[in-house]
Ligand binder design. Sequence first.
Ligand code: NAP
Ligand code: GLV
Length: 339
Amino acid sequence: MAKVVITTSMFPEAVERLRAAGHAVAVHDGPLAPDARRSLAADALICPLSDRVDAELLEAAPTLRVVANLGVGVDNIDLAAATARRILVTNTPDVLTEATADLGWALLLAAARRIVEADQDLRRHGFPGWTFIPPHLGVDVYGRTLGVVGFGRIGQAMARRDKGFAMEVLCFSRTRRPEAEGALGVRHTSLDELLRESDFVVLCVPLTRETHHLIGERELALMKSTAILVNIARGPVVDERALVRALNAGRLRAAGLDVFEEEPRVHPDLIGMPNVVLTPHIGSATEATRRKMAELAVDGVLDVLAGRRPKHLVNPEAWPGKRNRKRGHGVESCGGGTG
Ligand code: NAP
Ligand code: GLV
């Protein structure tokens, strides 16, 4: 019997699948307490992307074989430390792509049409009476230019949704995707060109050393003062203080932000800005999507505990044929593993 620790509230059906396979499951409603972090007795950890899975935690978990991250982004996990200890890391790509792109568009439209501001004013002050030039004049979306930074799964899903809006779509990405670019009628440009030409810029890159502060003071200055920035990637992809300065100075029209540089902290200036739409990192938060993510995480854990290679393995270097080696701290015990 293996021990699975889950550090977030979880759908009972997902927990039941682990128990039905004969595993002991402990569900915590939040991140591990400091004591538990110092000594984690678990074969598998299922955690949300808000948990920090660092070298210290991995070191304190001598029996750990797999970390299943409830999210596609794995910047919360020290992958090098996991790989060094032959701990497999899995994530939940694909199933959340469409929900996250929907949220990206929701932020884009809400910021363009000042929906949250108008809603709040109506609730506070009542319906103001119809006026030809109302206080909440927005900007057109139809026929404008959308710039997608990071043309992967979610970036392409953002681009696919432009069709009803007859937009010109530009993209900037590390690896060119000529087929997808052609099929979607998207033009690949440099980042600078994209920023200069786009009316809406949406960020869809993972957080890595290269993408940290990809959008800083210089990049914001390249954008049109009438442009809107949407961040559904990770907070630190944007230099938040530079963004606040640009918004305060009117060098950017508005922003739609689902992610923040120091979550759960939100820069206080952003809270006070009516031209910023804020959501608390809910890109993939639909019931159907979260259920699929839970199932994927459980699939991966069941696979590893049964010695099978999980489908969404983030660190394949930790897998093949090397599973009975001694680790730096204790001997790996991959029950049932065929390697
Ligand atoms: P993906 O399919 O891997 O797409 C990421 C794209 O970014 C790829 O095209 C990748 O290029 C590109 N990229 C990577 N590094 C780059 C760089 N330095 N410069 C330019 N482009 C770069 O991932 P995805 O499934 O679309 O998810 C993207 C990210 O969205 C996740 O990592 C996560 O952080 C975030 N996310 C947020 C939410 C939310 O709730 N807000 C939900 C889901 C995901 P390559 O092909 O060369 O790697
Ligand atoms: C959400 O932010 C994810 O990476 O899945």
